[in-house]
Design a protein around this ligand. Sequence first.
Ligand code: ZN
Length: 499
Amino acid sequence: MDRFKDLLERLHTASDLERASAVLGWDQMTYMPAAGNAARGEQLATLAALWHREFTDPATGDLLQALEDDYQGRPQDDPQRALVRVTRRAYDKQTKLPQDLVAEMQRASAAAYEAWVAAREERRFALFAPAFRRLMQLSRESAEAIGYEQEPYDVLVDADEPGLTAERAAQLLEALKDGILPLVRQIAERTGRIDRSMLHQDYPYEAQWQAGIDAVTAFGFDFARGRQDVSIHPFTTSFGVDDVRITTNIDVQGFPGGFYSTLHEAGHGMYEQGLPAEWARTPLGQAISGGVHESQSRMWENLVGRSRAFWEYFLPTAKRYFPSQLAGVDVDAIYRAVNYSAPSLIRVDADEVTYNLHIAVRFEIERALLAGSLEPEDVPEAWSEKMRTYLGIVPPDDLSGALQDIHWTGGFGSFIGYSVGNVVSAQLWQGASRDLGDLDEMIRAGAFSPLLGWLRTNVHAVGSTHSTDEMLRRATGSPLTAQPYIDYIQKKYRAIYGL
Ligand code: ZN
C-alpha cells in the first residue's frame, strides 16, 4: 500500500469539505436572504463536524507517524516531507483539544457575540466583561491542552502565525513603536496641511466599481479564475486556485473606501490564485500564515496603490471615471490625499503610519490578560491609557474603544497578524526591488507583472513548504524584521509632510 497516496486521499476529502463550507459561507455573506441564516448555520455546523471527523481520524495519525519515519533522511523542504510536517501540526492541534472543550468554546463565543452586541448598544464594556472572562478562561484551558514553553499566549499567537512566539511578537511591536511614535507626534501637528476634500464627495457607484476592476485587472487579478461581489465587510475566500472570490463595499459619498478595499482584497486574491496547484486540496497548498496573507493585500493596497508612481499611472483613468470630482486635481494632490495620516480611534480606519500602534494596544492587553496580570473589567482603563501614550487620544466611550472589534468574541491572538503583514510587505518590496530594479518606474508605466511574477515565485508558489522566516530568508536575505517597514514609513511620510 502506498502510504503517501493514502494520506493524500484523506486530505483531499477533508479539503473538499472545507471548500464546500467556504462556498456556503461566501453565499451567506453575499446573496443569501437573511431568513436563510438558521438553515445555513445547521449546514455549516454539519460540514464542520464531518471535516473534523475526517481530518482527525486515528488512521491519519498512524499514517503520519509511519511517513515521518519513512522520510527521516530527506531534506526539510522535500515536498512530501513538508506536507507531512504541516499536516502533523494541524492534526496535533485538532486532536489535542478535547471535543467538549471545543464545543464549550463555540458556545462561549456565541454568548460573547450576543453580549458584545448588547454592550455596544449601551457603549459599556462592563456588560461584555463576564462573557469575555469566560472566553479568556477557555482560551487559557485550550493553551494548556496544546502545551507551550513560555506563556499560554504563545499558543494563541502560534495558531495564526506558526513559529511566532509572544515574546518575539512583542519585540516586533516594540521596534515599530520606537521607529514610528516620534513621527506620529510630528505628523499630528501638521495634519491641516493636506486637503482630501476631493475624495469625499459624490462618487457614482458604477464608476467606482469599474475603476476598482480596472486597477486590479492591471495588477493581475485573474477574472477568468475569480470574481468580485459585494458584502458589508469586504473579504476574500477561495474554492480552489481557479476559483477565488473577492468582495468589496462601495460608499457613494467617497472614493477611497471602496477602491482601496478592492485593491486590498485583490492582493489576498492573487495570493490564492498563485498557490501551488500541484498541492491543491492539501495543507501544503495553503498560505503560510494570516500575516503573510495580509502582506499580499497590504502590498497591493499600500506599497503599490498608495504610491506616487501608481497615481502617475492611474490618475488619467480615474479622471475618465470621475471627470468633475477630480477636475484640476494633479498627481501630487491625490497622492497626498490618499496618504493623509492622523491619530484616530478606530483601527480599521487607521492609516499606514498609525496602524501598528492600534495593534500594539490590543496585543499588549491580550498578553496581560492571558498572563493574569490584567482583569477583563480593567480593559477599558488599560485601553485608554495605551491610546493616550501611543496616539495621544482617548476614546469618549467603549464603543470607539475596547468594543470596536468583533475579534474578541472569537478568541485571542489574531491581531498580531496585521502587523506581521505590514512588516512582511515592506521586506518583500525591498527584496523585489533588489532583484527587479526600480519598481516605481515599472508601476508608473503600468507594468505590474514583474512584481506579481516575483511574488508568485518567492511567496505564492511556496505554499506552506517554508516557515515565514525561511520564506523571507530565501526571498530577501533576512528573517522577519521591522526595519524595512520603519524605513519605508519614515521616508515616505517625511517627504509628504515636509519633515
Ligand atoms: Zn486583509
